[in-house]
Design a protein around this ligand. Structure first.
Ligand code: FMN
Length: 153
């Protein structure tokens, strides 16, 4: 069983959770980074002209700096990100569109300022030709092991 833990985390919160998951499931970690990194100003959503708001409004694709060359080797892919505007950030959609997900079990996880992860599965399922097994908000990680156990990897 080959497991990948891919994550986007411009301010580091989701990255911590991704590392915990990778440790527990003995998966390979991959950080999804935009080819142009987000600055603090880019993420200031209170500014209507900030990059994050422009990308959201214009439904922009956000290209990643690196490609996973051995993606086909993985049976299980954890995909983590911060919740942006109640959903997955655009870069996640662009990332997902760049690979063939056929036959893979996909597990989504996210961190947020309080919003839930409920809208995300419906939004990503059309792009993922594979099974979304679970989607979990992990603002708290005290029940992380118990949740991973339920996935029976
Ligand atoms: C552009 C942007 C939009 C956001 N939208 C939401 C939101 O809709 N709901 C929410 O609870 N948090 C929202 N947040 C907060 C992040 O989800 C939260 O801080 C997350 O843990 C950051 O993860 P990271 O450190 O891995 O980037 C938003 C943050 C940014 C930068």
């Amino acid at each position: 069983m080959e497991i990948l833990v891919a994550y986007f985390s411009p301010t580091g919160t989701t990255a911590k959770v991704a590392r915990m998951i990778a440790d527990e499931v003995k998966g390979d970690l991959f950080e999804i980074k935009p080819d142009k990194p987000y600055t603090e100003a880019d993420l200031r959503w209170t500014n209507p002209l900030a990059r994050c708001n422009r990308e959201k409004l214009l439904k922009k694709d956000v290209a990643s700096a690196q490609k996973i060359v051995n993606f086909t080797d993985y049976n299980v892919v954890f995909l983590g990100f911060p919740i942006w505007y109640y959903q997955e950030p655009n870069i996640i959609d662009t990332f997902v569109k760049g690979y063939d997900w056929t036959g893979k079990d996909v597990i989504l996880f996210a961190t947020s300022g309080g919003s839930d992860i409920k809208k995300v599965t419906a939004s990503l399922q059309p792009l993922i030709k594979g099974e979304i097994v679970s989607a979990k908000l992990l603002n708290k990680t005290d029940n992380l092991s118990a949740w991973l156990d339920t996935l029976a990897l």
